[in-house]
Design a protein around this ligand. Sequence first.
Ligand code: H2U
Ligand code: ZN
Length: 351
Amino acid sequence: MSNFNIEDHPHKRLNPLTGDWILVSPHRSKRPWQGQVEKTVSDERPSYDPTCYLCAGNERAGGKYNPQYKGTFVFTNDFSALLTDSPFGIVDEGNLFQAKSETGICKVICFSDDHSLTIPEMEVEDIRKVVDVWCDECAELASNEMINYVQIFENKGAIMGCSNPHPHGQIWSSSSVPTEPEKESKTQKEYFEKHGTTLLGDYLKAELLKKDRILVENEHFVALVPYWAVWPFETMIISKRAVQNITLLTDAERTSLADIYRKLTIKYDNLFEVSFAYSAGLHQAPTDGNDYPEWHLHMHFYPPLLRSASVKKFMVGYEMLATPQRDITAEQAAQRLRDLSDVHYKKQTNK
Ligand code: H2U
Ligand code: ZN
């Protein structure tokens, strides 16, 4: 029997941020890429859609009207999952029946007044305005005693359950730290206590030397396919400086975040020449007033597409019941994304 080779043989990889293992089966995708690129129907949209609940001046589902905004616009979610004034309570009927009340504030952020745009089609200076809104909202929410975690995210594409193509994201903030950041809090703390450096700082240093999984780098951020990626084209944006919280980014770092968000999503759109769907979001330290030197700001991107604009990966069967699994390796995915043009396909002159 030949020696174990991570490029050929089935193996498990550890996600040090969650402590979970994932299964990689590279032998199933050894063949060179042959999947045809199916073009989907054009997603051209008007700059203003009179039926869109996020366009300027239009009525929302709750009966409120959006102002005639330009650029970004933030409002409290009309159907907030968390409420500020819900009563406090605990259910403790032994170990098997536990419940706790939860409070919070949910907001929707329109990234642009232009209904036709998406992040990869926006200019850096306009995405910078989105980053500024994230920072301002985060600072305001963090100053609220009730709020101990601020989750900033973007759901893009109908395939991800996004209700509206108007460029927008959300912020859900809560009185307790949700499950995923809670796991990352624990692993980062353990790492920091042992090594005196942040887990992602050390990881990023090692990745920058290896270069296999790096996609885009600018002065302050790196976009890469993590070693432990589960989704076929899963990526992360990691800050070069170990920043605990988005509000601590410098002026130059905010612009760099806007720049890399754009560059990464251009590569995504260019992969199948389609507006690439994903769920993305920032992970940062809790906002309970404590210091979290172990926390290292980053952004996760979880896109569902696999082989073409219409072939989606399903996390079902073994993955739902046992362990998430992938065929195409993180390195192969990185190579494919890295090789794509930095110019959005709609703006390429030969198209
Ligand atoms: P998506 O980002 O997944 O499409 O969700 C859009 C959010 O917008 C969703 O949480 C809110 C929904 O509650 N919404 C409003 O607040 N007002 C509306 O008029 C419609 C949708
Ligand atoms: Zn719109």
